[in-house]
Design a binder for this molecule. Structure first.
Ligand code: SF4
Length: 113
């Protein structure tokens, strides 16, 4: 029987706080992207879709569709368009519905291109 299980039974602990303590290494973890709609044009959105190896990005008309559940946080989209894409800093994703991981980002930069 695993030691952690026995220890939990003795202490009466059913759950533990997560994280147990701040982890400074979390700041260095790659995170999924965050998008700046004002900097996104159709052309740029199409370029981002092409560089994404996991097909987490698609364009539907004037909307960039980002599937956070498919994103591997590889950073290629951030490298391709640093003016429009930044690291989100969020690496803990949880959802009760798969559809909640799909974000629709309006392309508001059309007038600038
Ligand atoms: S970080 Fe990588 S996998 Fe995620 S959306 Fe950008 S290119 Fe796609």
């Amino acid at each position: 029987m695993p030691l952690w299980f026995v220890r939990g039974l003795r202490r009466g602990v059913v759950t533990t706080r997560y994280p147990a303590r701040p982890d400074s290494s979390a700041a260095a973890l790659p995170t999924p992207p965050a998008f700046r709609p004002q900097a996104l044009t159709r052309e740029l959105a199409d370029r981002l879709c092409l560089v994404c190896p996991s097909r987490a990005l698609t364009r539907s008309g004037d909307v960039l569709v980002f599937d956070a559940g498919a994103c591997t946080a590889c950073g290629r989209c951030q490298e391709a368009a640093p003016e429009a894409v930044t690291p989100s800093g969020e690496f803990e994703l949880a959802a009760t519905d798969r559809g909640h991981l799909v974000k629709r980002i309006p392309l508001l930069g059309e007038g600038d291109s």
